[in-house]
Write a protein that binds this ligand. Sequence first.
Ligand SMILES: C[S@@+](CC[C@H](N)C(=O)[O-])C[C@H]1O[C@@H](n2cnc3c(N)ncnc32)[C@H](O)[C@@H]1O
Length: 202
Amino acid sequence: MKTVEKHYAKIARLYDVIWKGYIKNTNEEVIKNLELKDGFEVLDAGCGTGYLIKRLWEENPRLNIIGVDISEKMLNIAKKRLKGRKIKLLKKDMEDLNLSDKFDIIVSNGNIHYIKNIEGFIQKCKSLLKENGQLILVDWSKDYLLFRVLKVYWKFRIKPFTQIYTMEEIKDRLTKTGFKIEKSYNFKPTRFWRCYLIKAKV
Ligand SMILES: C[S@@+](CC[C@H](N)C(=O)[O-])C[C@H]1O[C@@H](n2cnc3c(N)ncnc32)[C@H](O)[C@@H]1O
């Protein structure tokens, strides 16, 4: 079992309670920025307990949504939350995704600080997107001094933690991979947390 899977096996039960405001506010920010159409294929990479998927389904039940996550425990909670809806949930490592489908939308919220090979992940997203497909990335932002300091603490306190980035660092990797940046900004989902949101298209 990978360290990130072990980490979420421990905290899955309390995840929705502890991170309630953060989950809601970051994912509502994602929804605000998505262009949704009937029949769109949507991938939530690192879907966790399924908050975003449920909200997307409420916005448009004619979307075809797939959620992937490495944590069985997080997926079990997502399964309960999404019971009765036609949504595919797969236990997979998003850094090593082999899917035959291509997507109109890929979202990854709150996962980049666990990714080991960010260039590989961005490349993977590009290969999985249809032409004009939308990619939305949200994660903790290194644009804030406090977070640059906390990064050192997280590295040693959160076992699977790998790295946080500034918005420009991610945008630079996206453009080098062939993405066009549509929108990018830092925002405050809660009083403490600082995130970036980047929307890009292929
Ligand atoms: C902070 S949670 C975010 C979950 C969800 N996106 C949300 O907004 O609530 C991070 C999630 O990413 C998943 N994750 C981390 N690394 C992963 C990987 N390599 N492949 C798939 N899922 C991963 C974890 O299991 C966890 O469920």
